[in-house]
Design a protein around this ligand. Structure first.
Ligand code: G6D
Length: 351
């Protein structure tokens, strides 16, 4: 096991450091102390070719100019909050309206755009990066001084384990996730439309045309949202299902997990043989298939022109806009409570 550190760039005169963890089988994960951004995950295909399998850049300027949260930790609240406001214990809090009059992904300077104190640890069969950030009361409009700790662990079982811990001195909202875009083809050789996805979920959240939950939980039965027995992502592109259309001809939906820590999410690229198994203790996962990657201003990702469906996200988390939907699992973190969650990403080859 090895951890390498190197200069990556600067923002406002503050140095950004890139940390690369390498395990004994040649798997690599590179991330930044800015936004805990995962810039690269290098994994083998069935023929032993090690290639990058996530969307990322090689300069901070590109992240600042183009990145739709590539690889970043998202918070305080992942997903949308309707009308960018919420009421908690009789007080109304106004948040940034950074997405069609709604609040998205923690606001203008969420967890993805702050510096995290970083500690490294090297053990016989694993390497760890421990990121810490104190989100001051009032930051992005949220109450409470919130101490966040995020740990990335790479081990010799080709697993990336992300653990989250949060404590606040006032009741607040916390719904945190990692926003990595996966593309198992390797070095973006192909898009993700032929990736096969399995999700152990019987229900998904209905969205309105601004991608805000309507409050309805829909059954996946007999729809393109039924991933229980595996399905190609492309099914959602031209399905004609109104929810695929609303998402921009794809998926951008939370799925309620019916099982935790039992191979509940499996992503497979048959051509390379690469397989990713995700297990989590979170109640849901948001599947976003990169339907909006084609931006007004074209850009390239390590030389590959950005286009829709070049990567997909599987964001394990609570449900968006839960504060306005009391029947959703709550994302209220009470004063003195400790929020903890763990998501494991196991990279392998389909036998
Ligand atoms: C779009 O609606 C999607 C979000 O789900 C995604 O996280 C973001 O782009 C990057 O707003």
């Amino acid at each position: 096991m090895v951890i390498l550190q190197e200069y990556y760039g600067e923002i406002d005169g503050r140095t950004i450091t890139a940390f690369t963890m390498v395990n004994d089988h040649g798997m690599e994960i590179t991330c930044l102390d800015y936004g805990c951004i995962i810039t690269k995950i290098v994994a083998s295909d069935r023929n032993g070719h090690f290639e990058n399998i996530v969307l990322g850049f090689d300069s901070i300027e590109e992240y600042q100019k183009y990145s739709p949260y590539f690889g970043a930790i998202i918070g305080r609240f992942a997903g949308r909050i309707k009308n960018a406001e919420f009421n908690l214990n009789g007080k109304t809090y106004q948040l940034a309206k950074n997405n069609n009059d709604n609040h998205l992904h923690g606001g203008l300077q969420g967890f993805d755009k702050v510096f995290w104190e970083t500690k490294t640890a090297l053990e016989a069969d694993s390497t760890k990066l421990e990121f810490t950030y104190l989100s001051k009361s009032g930051e992005e409009g949220y109450p409470g001084n919130l101490l966040m700790k995020v740990t990335y662990t790479l081990n010799n079982k080709n697993e990336l384990i992300i653990s989250y811990k949060g404590e606040s001195d006032e009741s607040t909202l916390l719904n945190v996730t990692n926003h990595t875009y996966f593309n198992l083809s390797g070095n973006l050789k192909r898009d993700i439309l032929n990736h096969q996805l399995t999700i152990k979920s019987r229900k998904f959240v209905e969205l309105d045309e601004r991608l805000i939950p309507t409050g309805k939980i829909l059954s996946v039965e007999n729809t393109p949202f039924d991933f229980q027995n595996g399905r190609k992502i492309k099914d959602g592109m031209k399905s004609g299902h109104v929810q695929n259309w609303i998402a921009g001809n794809g998926y951008d939906h939370p799925f309620l997990l019916t099982e935790q820590q039992n191979k509940e999410i499996i992503l497979l690229d048959e051509e390379s043989g690469r397989e990713l198994i995700i297990e989590t203790d979170e109640p849901a996962v948001v599947l976003y298939t990169g339907n909006q990657l084609e931006a007004e201003e074209s850009y390239s990702i390590r030389g590959v022109p950005s286009r829709n469906y070049l990567g997909l996200c599987l964001e394990t988390q609570g449900l968006p806009d839960s504060i306005h939907n009391p029947h959703f699992p709550s994302s209220i973190l009470k004063k003195g409570e400790v929020f903890q969650s763990v998501t494991k990403y196991k990279f392998g080859i389909k036998s």
